[in-house]
Design a protein around this ligand. Structure first.
Ligand code: ABU
Length: 497
């Protein structure tokens, strides 16, 4: 009976439209539940891959002149999810953000329904207070009693906030005077394994990427502190102004942890801002077993990026940036737009967090994390971290038990397991540059087979030391030992020839 109903028949366009609205939304929820069910089904595919030109033919993406029926919109919703990669499937190991935490998802549904902006307390009172409480809790886990934080749209922007605050701290008049406040060449330092967003700060903030100095890392991907100090001295000798060091806690590809205590000593000696990009590794702060020695000394940082949408499994996106010093975010970024941030409001306007950030509209990314944290408790997160690490250790053990089929590239510090698959034809070859080249060439072919089969997704990439290799990520609560065994058997099934 509702087949021909349209947009104009539901709320708010039709004041009598609640029954039709309810029925439509319940049907949308049924579609979402079907997707959730198949995401949890180990026998269902992870993806139904089609090349973009074929996908264009399979989909009806046209924007019509006349609005379509609600029935058609339901078909559109189903079709969209039919071709969506199931990132919560137990056989999806492709990204740092894997899994579908259903409590966090319920939070995201509520967030969408509340549809508010996070810039002022007056339109988001509960969410603003939640943000305050959750971020304070995260700062406590870092080891700070005070400070300030904000949720940002992704780890790259969180890192940018750290850069801006560091520059503001050293040159407080930069906001008004721009480059003339500096009067020299600013230089920043990071390891050659860092996330590319650190280098991007140098590009977008006027340093130029030549002044983002890449510090060499050791064979485990960890920054070499003595090299950092040498490079700082070298730049100082050239009359440059070093001001910022980024240490990574959990590098994107290898999952390495830069040695924080040594780097912090160097920053102290040279009066440099220490930022820790723990976008990936930050979740391990919740584990008493795994936070040390990886993040020992993190409390010595001036700022920390930490993405709950990665290891903690909060839904995308949920990224945080934390500062040891309170007041910096506001003094660095405040523009005092009078139409939004009036100072004569009914309430304490320090809760109008919108003037601390460089964006105006800000999505509510906190509710899903707050609700998830309430559901799991801090202990639940600790168990989750320990489980992810145990599963990764299991995978390493299994790989070592099959030296004819798998070659472990290095002992992981985190849940990134980096390896090559060895097809039959290379198994008797010595492990020379010639074999490594073949193994690198195999990665895109085997990944292509996984995607065509739709049974598995594992990422691959080259780095500056080796050609392509697989990087497996276990950051989903759906994964068990059975799935790790499936992954290793399926790669062998698809790639043995
Ligand atoms: N921001 C890093 C995400 C990269 C990945 O998921 O592999």
């Amino acid at each position: 009976e509702h087949c021909n109903l349209k947009y104009s028949d539901i709320l708010p366009h039709n004041a009598e439209g609640y029954p039709a609205t309810r029925e439509f939304l319940m049907k949308v929820v049924d579609i979402l539940l079907d997707f959730i069910k198949s995401t949890s089904d180990r026998n269902a595919k992870v993806l139904d891959f089609h090349h973009p030109s074929d996908m264009m033919r399979l989909l009806d993406l046209e924007i019509p002149d006349t609005g379509l029926t609600l029935q058609q919109l339901l078909i559109d919703c189903s079709t969209t999810l039919k071709y969506q990669v199931k990132t919560g499937h137990p056989h999806f190991f492709n990204q740092l953000s894997c899994g579908l935490d259903l409590i966090s998802m319920a939070g995201e549904w509520l967030t969408a329904t509340a549809n508010t902006n996070m810039f002022t307390y007056e339109i988001a009172p509960v969410f603003i207070l939640m943000e305050h409480v959750v971020l304070q809790k995260m700062r406590e886990l870092i080891g700070w009693s005070g400070g300030d934080s904000i949720l940002a749209p992704g780890g790259s922007i969180s890192n940018l906030y750290a850069f801006l605050a560091a520059r503001h701290k050293m040159f407080p008049t930069y906001k008004e005077r721009g480059l003339s406040a500096i009067g020299g060449q600013l230089v920043m330092f990071t390891s050659d394994q860092c996330h590319y967003s650190v280098k991007s700060c140098a590009a977008v903030c006027g340093l130029g990427t030549d002044n983002c100095v890449m510090v060499p890392s050791d064979d485990r991907g960890r920054m070499i502190p003595s090299k950092l100090e040498e490079l700082i001295m070298e730049r100082k000798a050239r009359g440059h102004i070093p001001f910022f060091v980024n240490a990574t806690a959990g590098t994107t590809v290898i999952g390495a942890f830069d040695p924080i205590p040594e780097i912090a000593d160097i920053c102290q000696r040279h009066k440099l801002w220490l930022h820790i990009d723990a976008a990936w590794g930050g979740g391990l702060l919740l584990s008493r077993r795994y936070r040390h020695p990886r993040m020992t000394g993190i409390e010595r940082a001036d700022s920390v990026t930490w993405n709950p949408h990665k290891l903690m499994g909060a839904l995308l996106q949920c990224s945080t940036i934390h500062f040891k010093e309170d007041g910096l975010l506001i003094s660095c970024n405040q523009m005092s737009a009078e139409y939004l941030f009036m100072t004569d409001k009914l309430y304490d306007v320090k809760y109008d967090t919108g003037d601390k950030v460089i964006q105006c509209g800000r999505h509510n990314d906190v509710f899903k994390l707050w609700l998830q944290w309430r559901a799991k408790g801090t202990e639940g997160f600790e168990k989750h971290m320990d489980r992810l690490m145990e599963l990764s250790e299991y995978m390493v053990r299994r790989i070592k038990q099959m030296p004819d089929k798998y070659y472990l590239i290095l002992e992981p510090e985190m849940v990134n397991v980096c390896f090559w698959y060895l097809p039959t034809r290379v198994r008797n070859m010595p492990h020379t540059a010639e074999r490594i080249k073949i193994l690198g060439d195999i990665c895109p072919i085997l990944k292509g087979r996984m995607m065509q089969a739709g049974t598995l997704m594992v990422g691959y990439q080259p780095d500056d030391r080796r050609p392509n290799f697989f990087r497996n990520i276990i950051s989903s609560a759906a994964v068990t030992e059975v799935d790790v065994d499936f992954l290793l058997a399926e790669m062998d099934r698809l790639g043995h020839d």
